[in-house]
Every structure is written in structure tokens, then in C-alpha cells.
Design a protein around this ligand. Sequence first.
Ligand code: NAD
Length: 310
Amino acid sequence: MSETAESLHIAVIGTGVIGAAWVSGFLAAGHTVTAFDPAPGAENRLRSQLTDRTASASAPQTDQIRFASDIADAVADADFIQENGPERLEVKQSMLADIAEAAPPNAIIASSTSGFAPSEIAARTRNKPERIVVGHPFNPAHLVPLVEVVPTPNAPTEVVERALEIYRSIGKKPILVRAELPGHVVNRLQAALWQEAYSLVNRGVVSVADIDTAISYGPGLRWAVLGPLALQHLSGGEGGMQHVLDHLGPPQEVWMHDLEQVHLDDQLKDKLVAGVDAELFGRDEKRIAAQRDSMLRDIIELKKRYEELP
Ligand SMILES: NC(=O)c1ccc[n+]([C@@H]2O[C@H](COP(=O)([O-])OP(=O)(O)OC[C@H]3O[C@@H](n4cnc5c(N)ncnc54)[C@H](O)[C@@H]3O)[C@@H](O)[C@H]2O)c1
């Protein structure tokens, strides 16, 4: 954290996969963290994960964390709260109601929910529900910079701006989502790709491994550099996006309208599971995950060197 940046008091509620990642990010940026998770052994698990991550470049300051005895204790002095409980609506609603009851009135409350709308999870909150936003991260969340911020329709501008600013302060790259939709924006984009990938596998057009090769050795390489729309613009040469849409728009529409809806029945699930097993046969999954993280770190560092790219 730079000397001028403020140090905030952050509460992280639920310290499973995603909560632990948020704790590392907030600590590494110089904020203090109070965490709470009711699972037996949760504090030890969190501390040992943080210790493992101290080997990385952005080592979390493990002395800046306190483990609280309940939600009220965790959020009592918080400036910002990140909720990461189980993805079940009634659990989220109850956790957020408890958090809002005990948090200072100006604290912002963000939920990591992968798909619920902020209005849905705030439905049982009586104490200033308009300060509840979705702050949806991406796995592995201690590395991937993207966070989707989804406010409720009547959220004050200050709440939205402040949430975006706090995420930027820990090196995240937030985007603002201006409507409440199932899956927010990014899981919908992923769902569009998954739908066609599953359909192509189901029809026997390509294998699971072929789909993964096609993306990770093809468009996926470019997508880490520039998004799919800016890339489309570049592919149009001097005519840019206008030329691409005029020239390739009509066939593109044919492809878009030919996409098939899939239903995840047992037969398709079996094909997908067997396909991934065949693709990864003989490889060590722990090493795959570690190499994914290591390569992601390299790519994220590399991106900082190319200032002309958005
Ligand atoms: N795993 C992912 O890839 C991913 C990515 C983005 C967002 N998310 C979202 O993040 C949230 C957490 O997911 P996860 O993968 O970390 O799940 P997880 O199962 O690893 O962690 C959930 C944690 O919540 C704790 N918990 C249960 N009840 C609680 C309570 N009343 N108060 C506080 N903590 C409580 C559990 O003990 C557990 O440690 C979900 O909303 C999920 O949709 C997950």
C-alpha cells in the first residue's frame, strides 16, 4: 500500500476457499482484517493457508488479522465487510441481516455470491439494505484481479464508488454491473461458452480435450491480452470494428443462431466427466493447480508492462 493510501478495517465473514483468498488480498494491501467462520478448526486452516502464501511476492501480514467469536464481534468496527458464506439463499439472507444489524451504519457490505442478486440476498435486511452490494471474485481469487460489483437498483452512488475504490486499493480490477441478472455478467459469458462446448461434445463433434486445446492455445491466449471485442476491432484492420461487423456480421449471426441449448442430464454429465478424466490422465492435479497459479502470476505481472493495452 502506498503511504497516502488509507488503512481500513475489513471484516471477512466465512473463510473457506474464497474468504481465505480475500483475507490474503486485504492483508497484502496493508489493511487490517477481522475474520469469522463457525467451522471447527477454521482459524488454524486460515492461518496455515496464509503462511503458505507468504512465499509469494505479495506476502500477507499475518499479524494484522484477528479471528472473531461471532459475526457481531467481527463486524463491529468494520469499514468494509466481505461475506463468503455458503451459496444458499436463505443462509445468505440470514448472514447479511446479522451483519447489517451489527455493522457500523456507514460500513459497506459486499457478498461474494456467484449468482444471487443483491436485492435477493438483502431481502431480510432491515438496517440500510442499500449498502449491500455483490463483490464477485474469480477463482483463484487471491490472484485473479477481476471483481464484478453489482449494487441494488436504489444504491447510493457513494456506496458504489466506495466499493469500487476499495477493490482498486487492493489491486483488483472491478467492473460495475448495472442490472441484477442471474449469474451477473461474467458467469453468463462463461455459460454461453460452456453451453456450446457441452453441445459440441454431446454431438461427438470434438472431445473435451479438443475444446480445451482450442481455447487455451487459440482465443484464450489472446483473451488474456485484450478482450474479445477489442480483438475483433483489431482484426478488422483499418476499417476496425465497423468493417468486421459489416463484413463478418452476417455469417456470425448464422453461427449465433445455430447454437444449441443443452440440458445437463446424466448422460451428458458422464461424457463431460469422462472427457476431463481422459484429458488429464497421468497428470498430477496438485501440480496442475500449482502451475496454473504460477503462470497466472507471471501473466498478471507481464500485463503491467504493456501500458497501451486497456
Ligand atoms: N469457489 C469458487 O470458485 C467461487 C468463486 C466466486 C465466488 N464464490 C462464492 O463465494 C462464496 C463462498 O464460496 P466458497 O467456494 O469459498 O465456499 P466454501 O464452502 O469453501 O466456504 C464457505 C464457508 O462459509 C462458512 N460458513 C458457513 N456458515 C457460516 C456463517 N453463518 N457465518 C460465517 N461463515 C459461515 C463455512 O464454514 C465455510 O468455511 C459463495 O457465495 C460462492 O458462490 C465461489
